[in-house]
Design a binder for this molecule. Structure first.
Ligand code: B12
Ligand code: SF4
Length: 485
């Protein structure tokens, strides 16, 4: 019994069914990637249960559909699973590959779709694509294991919780699978299964991996319910791993030669108590890994940030989202602009090396003035780089439900890649993003500050030197050109 798992590449035309989106896609999605932790967890779990599993990261490899088909033919799996995300349109690439696999390689292979896209669009996918056998909703480990075990015995999907499938032309949605109670019980991801892909982490064209780079997950889910985010709807609640269990994995990573890490958690900082304990254990075990995580401005006391710094935090990326309190409240973000300023002040004070902020523009209720407020806020904050995203309205976030109810979008037209409802044209929004980036980086105070920070921070010196050494690998000029005109 062979199981192959694919992390697909976005299609050329994915991402938002709105005018001018193609240009946005080109600029937004680069063919680099982090290790696909979802299928890595699944593959590890299955191989620990004695199944033969392989992973193919089409996204990070930048592989064509033909190359991916060749690989699938070579693997000759009995079960072929695709990890699909709506906003990147990877459901479309996966369907294209799946169709050709059934037609050209093996009509009997069981084809599964998993991840967020499959969870929130299971019926739509099964209706549209007759060659897809099942969609796996939510957490995948136990569902996929049960499918593999039952397939081996010649059984179908009947009664396997978390599965939606077709039976005599009818779509059956089996009941939901309960979440794994204690995620410490999961085996540590076996990163060898990723093969020879060299993963990187970058911020606007600059390689910040600085050596061997890995990702890790210290928790699943989030306790908040921001209306643009799918986390709470997907996972239901926040489940942490224990500090002891995390430290065991970190020691292993260090022994395997990893130096840098990105926490893929939706909300890494949610429990101060857990992080304080983790920080203590990391120092006790003398683990020296540098890492980056996403932060919430409401969870950014000096005490917590100091503990994070002591345990290797070099980069923190805050979800600031908007410069308008009205828009923040509409997102149910449960933060204030004062908390944003405080979080950034505290991060700077304790000496986190790089502070990033994420912003969302283009909410359906947002006026041009409010969008400009957001751009202006990014210029006022003492951050190292702002990252702007256009609000994606996709199945699995509350804004989608709201806009469907209000008949402002037709789900049949845009469920596959999501959409945006913009009050200003996308081309204007993109021009304003570029303009803000340019203004941000051309401020003399910013430039002198960055030079000062490089002189002060060994991590930054290392980053600069690392990028100079590897300059031929990075398309820095093309990525930065827009900022300079
Ligand atoms: C790391 C990350 C990235 C990385 C790398 C992606 C990668 N290689 O994994 C980068 C930076 C490239 C990235 C980019 C984007 N991302 Co991203 N990303 C994440 C993040 C933070 C972590 C993913 C992860 O490792 N999770 C941990 C693992 C264990 O969970 P998991 O992936 O969900 O997998 C479980 C289940 O989903 C299921 N499963 C997954 N795959 C499969 C496959 C099969 C066959 C089966 C049976 C089950 C199954 O089983 C797994 C184990 O239980 C998530 C948020 C999150 N914490 O999940 C967002 C997230 C996945 N990203 C998101 C988005 C929107 C994007 C972008 C579109 C952002 C943008 N505007 O550019 C791009 C698209 C890129 C792409 N090609 O898909 C959204 C997706 C929303 C949605 N409903 O589709 C998420 C959920 C963030 C959020 N909270 O809204 N992302
Ligand atoms: S945006 Fe962050 S805080 Fe809000 S629900 Fe998603 S993960 Fe949680």
């Amino acid at each position: 019994m062979k199981v192959s798992l694919i992390f697909p590449k976005p299609p050329e035309k994915g991402f938002f069914s709105v005018k001018d989106a193609e240009q946005y896609v080109k600029e937004k999605i680069d063919f680099y990637g982090f290790p696909p932790m979802g299928i890595l967890y699944l593959a590890t779990y299955l191989s620990e249960n004695n199944f033969d599993v392989s992973i193919y990261d089409q996204f990070a490899r930048g592989a064509s559909i033909n190359d991916t088909l060749k690989r699938i033919k070579h693997e000759d799996p009995d079960i072929l699973g695709f990890s699909t995300i709506t906003t990147s349109g990877t459901g479309i690439t996966s369907a294209e590959i799946a169709k050709r696999v059934k037609e050209e390689i093996n009509p009997n292979v069981k084809i599964l779709f998993g991840n967020y896209h499959a969870t929130f669009n299971d019926t739509r996918i099964l209706n549209k694509y007759p060659f897809i056998d099942a969609c796996i909703r939510g957490e995948g480990e136990n569902t996929l294991l049960e499918i593999a075990e039952k397939t081996e015995k010649g059984h179908g999907f009947e009664d396997i919780r978390g599965v939606s499938y077709r039976n005599n032309g009818r779509i059956i949605r089996n009941e939901d699978r309960p979440l794994i109670e204690n995620i410490d019980t999961l085996p540590f991801p076996n990163r060898k299964l990723l093969g020879n892909v060299e993963y990187k982490s970058e911020v606007e064209g600059l390689d910040i991996s600085l050596g061997n780079f890995a990702t890790a997950s210290s928790s699943r889910g989030c306790a908040f319910q921001c209306t643009f985010c799918s986390s709470a709807m997907f996972w239901g609640r926040w489940r942490p791993r224990s500090p002891k269990n995390i430290v065991e994995e970190l020691s292993l990573l260090e022994n395997q030669g990893y130096q840098n890490l990105y926490w893929v958690d939706d909300n890494f900082t949610i429990s101060k108590k857990r992080l304080m304990e983790l920080s203590y254990l990391i120092r006790k075990e003398k683990i020296d890994l540098k890492w980056m995580a996403e932060g919430r401005v409401t969870q950014s006391s000096r005490e917590l940030l100091t503990a994070m710094k002591h345990m290797g935090c070099k980069i923190i990326s805050y979800g600031v989202e908007s410069g308008s309190q009205r828009v923040l409240d509409w997102y149910n973000k449960r933060i204030t602009l004062n908390q944003v300023y405080d979080a950034i002040k505290n991060s700077k004070k304790v000496g986190i090396d790089i502070i990033l902020a994420n912003f969302i523009v283009g909410a359906p209720i947002e006026t041009r003035e409010e969008i400009i407020d957001t751009f202006n806020l990014s210029l006022k904050l003492d951050i190292d780089f702002p990252q702007f995203h256009i609000l994606g309205i996709i199945p699995g976030n509350w804004i989608w439900d709201q806009m469907v109810d209000a008949k402002r979008i037709n789900p049949d037209e845009c469920w596959e890649v999501g959409t945006a409802i913009l009050n200003i044209p996308l081309s204007e929004l993109m021009a304003r993003i570029k303009e803000t980036h340019r203004k941000f980086m051309q401020r003399p105070r910013y430039i002198s500050h960055q030079i000062y920070k490089i002189l002060k921070s060994r991590y930054r010196q290392k980053a600069v030197w690392y990028n100079i050494k590897n300059i031929q690998r990075w398309d820095i000029w093309n990525r930065w050109k827009p900022f300079w005109g």
